[in-house]
Design a protein around this ligand. Structure first.
Ligand SMILES: Nc1ncnc2c1ncn2[C@@H]1O[C@H](COP(=O)(O)OP(=O)(O)OP(=O)(O)O)[C@@H](O)[C@H]1O
Ligand SMILES: [Mg+2]
Length: 385
């Protein structure tokens, strides 16, 4: 924990000069796609896999996809997704079969991130993505028309505007379908023939162009959140065409601390913000999220869980926000008070009871903790509403 006075001078200290942001791939993008960010890793793996047998249409062998997703120190591959190897092997194998992969789980367990990494590793392209919502239409999934060309020339391949599934089938790539259960069932069912017969009918065209047969390499990774509308909102027929895998939240506090330090550190580095996230500060943050998520403290005392998910993804965002706060309004080190201020916006959304539960957690659980950053964190409860 930083050795700093607890109270800060009224005038904010001048922030340290920001270093030049990472000048690597996509340096000016807010969030480059995985295949851009990790282009060098993918090239290295592709080179190694040149003569290796791989599923048809795949850029890498299943073994390399696994190394890419999990990271491999010896090969210089950055750690990315934290999860069990057995789970990932099953997920990767599912994508080489005739069924799609459905990733289900609690919010913020990296379902989307994992599907992006898998698509980048297998197809070298994670951008063929349909975002499911109540307003998703078949056009957003399959194809639509350029109406000016349609009127001028009639339906033709030239006037057809391909959507992700059309492109994935034509190019033999993985298509990501985010939050599929938020779409109406009849829209989800657009995927039935695509997944079983691997063919897309285009009735407006004539001759052989009426059917688009999928190239090898095409498959679908769908994600669904078990807290929003669940997989009950899916037809049995579509469920049969997917292999279901549950993405579990990170089990150990140590692993979650390492992940939050790494991910928030990466985001701060990209934003050229040179603040340090000390281990004891990360510990209080991650422990808070972990305990409130599971509804019990590390030593087994029951807590009233909040109505919000308190996911790992939110813990990362909270650490990132605290880092920005510390840089622009503080002295450059993330203090427990910065964490509490950003914890409020994450933990307290619209349920009035949650304010009481969070205050109860600070007053009853945290009060007794005397180690590391806990006392300063407890003092910072004045920032709670
Ligand atoms: N097991 C994990 N491995 C790596 N990163 C993780 C893990 N769990 C959470 N994260 C963090 O969460 C972020 C990704 O969250 P993502 O949006 O993919 O979750 P999600 O499960 O799709 O959430 P939602 O249900 O809200 O869509 C990652 O960028 C990372 O910072
Ligand atoms: Mg998601």
């Amino acid at each position: 924990m930083a050795k700093k006075p607890a109270t800060k001078p009224a005038s904010a200290p001048t922030p340290k000069a920001a270093p030049v942001a990472d000048s690597g791939p996509g340096a000016n993008l807010q969030r480059p796609a995985a295949e851009v960010l990790y282009a060098a890793e993918l090239d290295k793996l592709a080179e190694r896999d040149k003569a290796q047998p791989k599923p048809k249409g795949w850029k890498l062998t299943p073994r390399s996809v696994l190394s890419f997703v999990l990271g491999d120190e010896d090969m210089g591959l950055a750690p990315k997704f934290v999860g069990s190897r057995a789970f990932l092997e099953r997920a990767i194998v599912a994508l080489a079969t005739n069924r799609g992969l459905m990733l289900i789980g609690e919010p913020g367990t990296a379902k989307s991130y994992l599907s992006e990494l898998l698509a980048a590793g297998i197809s070298g392209d994670s951008t063929l993505t349909v975002q499911g919502s109540a307003g998703t239409t078949e056009d957003n999934i399959k194809y639509s028309w350029n109406y000016a060309l349609l009127l001028a020339e009639g339906p033709s391949e030239r006037s057809l505007v391909p959507a992700p599934v059309y492109r994935g089938m034509r190019e033999g790539k993985i298509v990501r379908f985010e939050e599929i259960t938020r779409c109406p069932i009849e829209i989800q069912d657009t995927l039935l023939s695509v997944l079983s017969d691997r063919v897309l009918a285009i009735p407006e065209l004539d001759g052989p162009e009426r059917s688009l047969f999928a190239q090898a390499g095409f498959n679908v990774i769908a994600t669904a959140n078990t807290r929003d509308r669940g997989v009950n909102d899916m037809s049995a027929a579509l469920k049969r065409r997917f292999n279901f895998e549950t993405v579990q939240p990170i089990g150990s506090i140590e692993d979650e601390m390492a992940l939050v330090t790494r991910e928030a550190g990466k985001m701060l580095a990209r934003a050229a913000i040179p603040v340090s996230l000390q281990a004891d500060v990360v510990e209080v943050l991650v422990t808070t999220f972990h305990e409130l998520r599971h509804g019990k403290t590390g030593d087994g005392k029951a807590l009233e869980p909040l109505s919000t998910a308190m996911s790992t993804a939110e813990a990362v965002s909270c650490a990132y926000a605290a880092g920005i706060h510390a840089y622009y309004y503080g002295g450059g080190d993330v203090e427990p008070a910065h964490l509490v201020q950003h914890l409020v916006g994450t933990a307290l959304k619209d349920a009035p009871d949650d304010v009481k539960k969070l205050s109860g957690y600070f007053n009853h659980v945290m009060k007794g903790r005397k180690r590391g950053a806990w006392p300063a964190y407890y003092e910072a409860r004045k920032h709670l509403p």
